[in-house]
Design a protein around this ligand. Structure first.
Ligand code: RP5
Length: 163
């Protein structure tokens, strides 16, 4: 099966957040790749990655970055593929800087923006699955299974106290 989702992040330090994207894609059986591509440290690599993404068969790109988080927006500027941005929680401003850097994209270059940190990283993978599920029935089924199991876990243990 070919790689369908490209997961990029601005730094190795983003892995602790972005691993949740990768783990969720793995749980859903979606082929993906994960790479460090920095908008400001390796701008040429970012342009190359985004420009070659369609030709390489990628269908969605998930980009995580923190601080002045221009990676998702710049990536979206260089490809017509859907780009989902994950704001990584920064140490100084708790990720609000990352969120605002990604979400406030001016009209014309849409950049999907998820919530800060782990929740956004997980949801980016689930949103990618929802997009791909329109085309691939096995991915739609995997996403439906994920949600059924999530529901069942809550129903099976409704005691809020730690076990
Ligand atoms: C951003 O700067 C990265 O996405 C990361 O969240 C942040 C800090 O990077 P490091 O200095 O830890 O490499 O580009």
């Amino acid at each position: 099966m070919s790689v369908r989702v490209g997961v990029i992040m601005g730094s190795k330090s983003d892995w602790e957040t972005m691993r949740h994207t990768v783990e969720t894609l793995e749980a859903l059986g979606i082929e993906h790749e994960a790479r460090v591509v920095s908008a400001h440290r390796t701008p040429d690599l970012l342009f190359e990655y985004a420009e070659q993404a369609v030709g390489r068969g990628l269908e969605v790109i998930i980009a995580g970055a923190g601080g002045a988080a221009h990676l998702p927006g710049m990536c979206a500027a260089k490809t017509c593929l859907p780009v989902l941005g994950v704001p990584v929680k920064s140490s100084t401003l708790s990720g609000v800087d990352s969120l605002l850097s990604i979400v406030q994209m001016p009209a014309g270059i849409p950049t999907g923006t998820l919530s800060i940190g782990r929740a956004g990283a997980v949801n980016a993978a689930l949103l990618a699955a929802a997009m791909l599920g329109n085309k691939y029935p096995e991915i739609r089924e995997a996403l439906e299974r994920f949600r059924r199991e999530q529901t069942q876990r809550v129903l099976d243990d409704q005691d809020p106290r730690p076990s």
